[in-house]
Design a protein around this ligand. Structure first.
Ligand code: B12
Ligand code: SF4
Length: 502
């Protein structure tokens, strides 16, 4: 075996150890003869960077050419803090940042990191490693997509040909477990029986709150790239052979954006060679009865779909032409036909300061009109830099530019408001919510258990009714009869559905 050209340490500050971006980088570096240590900190975004962890990363990366850190906006404060801490321990360390945030806002990272790599880095990280292993200093580096304090590149790297990339490297992972960093060689200990795969990069759409909007505006070629079905199945077959896999997660932004021929090929090869249950996400316009039926036959067991809002105005603000209320409703009806074999959940974005009570009412009405067999995932709108919505919110004075450097806003922490109570109650009422949970509890038999279960189920409906009453009164107080009458209608629908199937 050839001697390594040098060692590189890659660090993920996020919570999820799948982190496919870093794993792709590790694979290309390994292919080019470097050795790689991958560290997964599994820190929650609200945690401070642990000094113990930094000390241990410093220890294991002593012989590395550089430490590369992956940074998304939610972790930019931790990334800055990590660099400050590790530099105190080792003044000579070369720190490289990459990922979505440094791509969009390199200037917010370059003061504490030596090198910032923008865009997809499969090519640039190898060029960078070659330069550093050939003894070049940071001040001498001038590469496309690579910024230092001495050189600025406007280039945004995209991999044109994603087809020939090696498969992501899931081998040996260093994992920080609250106190110590341990080398975890066991796949199952980190990922259970699950294998995550990207079937494409980018997205054909560019919703105004999503990073794909930034990419679409800044890249001058088609950002959406698909892998061939044969390549996808080959990767899954490799995973099936090498890891104790029993489930597949398709992590691509929009897995169902497959052409008809591609879908047929996928179905025939997947059923013959893989056969595991799988989870994917999709946009409303991709949910078609024939497609979902075929996918269910080969193992589709879970699907998530972005609804985001039921209001035409808000959907226009989000630029979601592919998900009008009508399309959403049609998609929900298709998915409902596969209940209860298919678990499906819808994403909603709340706390949008541009939304009026009418917009929220439209979303509630949409939820009410859909068969209640969905689950809901509620997000609090977060403005990510580089997107149209971020720029608009800054211009309109709704958020301060670079607010995330000072304050941390959690994408699941909803503002305390009556409307949000209503959405939470809808979540509780939905199939996988509280009522279903209570009904399925077998903790005790007998009449008391039945009474408790019924009371719990009724209490959700009662709370919902109270919130609706409050909405009716406040609309009347604001002399908005139309809004009040909509809430009355919603109330009647809620009571009817509670009486019919509770
Ligand atoms: C799959 C996915 C997830 C998965 C897995 C996350 C993971 N880390 O693998 C799950 C579901 C867990 C997830 C959760 C979240 N996600 Co997410 N997710 C994605 C998604 C759809 C794909 C990510 C991916 O694998 N891309 C493909 C790889 C190849 O690209 P990449 O990760 O960017 O990596 C490349 C480059 O950035 C660069 N690079 C990356 N790291 C490094 C490091 C170095 C040193 C270098 C040199 C280069 C480099 O090279 C890589 C290879 O080309 C993206 C959307 C997108 N289009 O990227 C959103 C996205 C990354 N998620 C996002 C967010 C906000 C989240 C959440 C905070 C919650 C949420 N609202 O979804 C959580 C928090 C996750 C965490 N870190 O704990 C945002 C981030 C926005 C931002 N500006 O930071 C994105 C961009 C979607 C969006 N709303 O715009 N997510
Ligand atoms: S459809 Fe999803 S991944 Fe695509 S641009 Fe919109 S939010 Fe982003």
């Amino acid at each position: 075996m050839n001697a390594s050209k040098g060692e590189i340490t890659l660090v993920s500050l996020g919570q999820n150890p799948s982190e496919l971006g870093l794993r792709y980088l590790s694979s290309v570096l390994l292919e080019k003869g470097y050795s790689v240590k991958k560290v997964f900190s599994k820190q929650r975004r609200e945690d401070d960077v642990s000094p113990q962890m930094v000390a241990q990363i410093n220890e294991i990366s002593r012989n590395s050419l550089f430490i590369g850190v992956s940074v998304i906006t939610d972790y930019v404060r931790q990334a800055r803090n990590f660099s400050e801490q590790i530099r105190r321990l080792n003044r000579n360390v070369v720190l490289v940042a990459g990922g979505i945030h440094p791509t969009v806002r390199p200037q917010e990272i370059i003061d504490v990191f030596d090198i910032v790599v923008r865009g997809e880095a499969e090519q640039s990280i190898v060029m960078l490693a070659d330069e550093l292993s050939n003894g070049k200093g940071v001040e001498e580096i001038q590469l496309p997509g690579v910024n230092t304090r001495f050189y600025t590149s406007e280039h945004l790297g995209f991999v044109d040909e994603i087809e020939n990339l090696p498969v992501p490297d899931f081998s040996d992972n260093y994992v920080f477990n609250k106190k110590d960093i341990c080398l975890e060689k066991n796949y199952e200990a980190l990922f259970g029986d699950c294998y995550s795969i990207l079937t494409s990069r980018g997205c054909p759409y560019h919703c105004t709150y999503c990073v794909n909007d930034f990419y679409a505006r800044t890249s001058n070629h088609s950002f959406f790239r698909k892998r061939s079905v044969n390549r996808i199945i080959d990767e899954l077959a490799m995973a099936k052979k090498n890891y104790p896999v029993g489930r597949i997660v398709f992590l691509s932004d929009n897995f169902l954006a497959l052409g008809d021929d591609e879908l047929d090929l996928f179905i025939s090869r997947y059923s013959r060679e893989i056969g595991f249950p799988f989870y994917c996400s999709a946009t409303p316009n991709c949910i078609r009865k024939d497609r979902i039926g075929k996918m269910m036959d080969i193992g589709l067991s879970r699907i998530s779909m972005g609804i985001e809002s039921g209001s035409e105005n808000t959907l226009a603000l989000y630029r979601r032409k592919h998900g009008s209320p009508r399309t959403i409703l049609q998609a929900a009806e298709v998915l409902h036909q596969y209940f209860p074999r298919l678990y499906y959940s819808f994403d909603l974005i709340l706390d949008n300061p541009y939304e009026t009570s009418e917009d929220l009412r439209d979303t509630l009405s949409l939820l009410e009109s859909m068969p209640r067999t969905y689950d809901l995932t509620l997000y609090s709108l977060t403005f990510y830099p580089g997107t149209y919505l971020y720029e608009k919110a800054v211009k309109d004075g709704l958020v301060k530019d670079a607010y995330y450097l000072e304050q941390s806003k959690h994408y699941h922490r909803l503002n305390p408001s009556f409307h949000n109570c209503l959405f939470l109650l809808y979540k509780l009422k939905a199939r996988a919510g509280f009522i279903a949970y209570v009904k399925s509890c077998e903790f005790a038999g007998g009449v008391w258990a039945r009474i408790c279960r019924s009371l719990a189920a009724y209490s959700v409906n009662i709370l919902l009714a109270v919130c609706l009453l409050k909405m009716i009164f406040s609309s009347l107080r604001n002399k908005d009869g139309v809004l009040a009458s909509h809430y009355v209608k919603l109330g009647i629908a809620v009571v009817r559905s509670a009486l019919l199937r509770r």
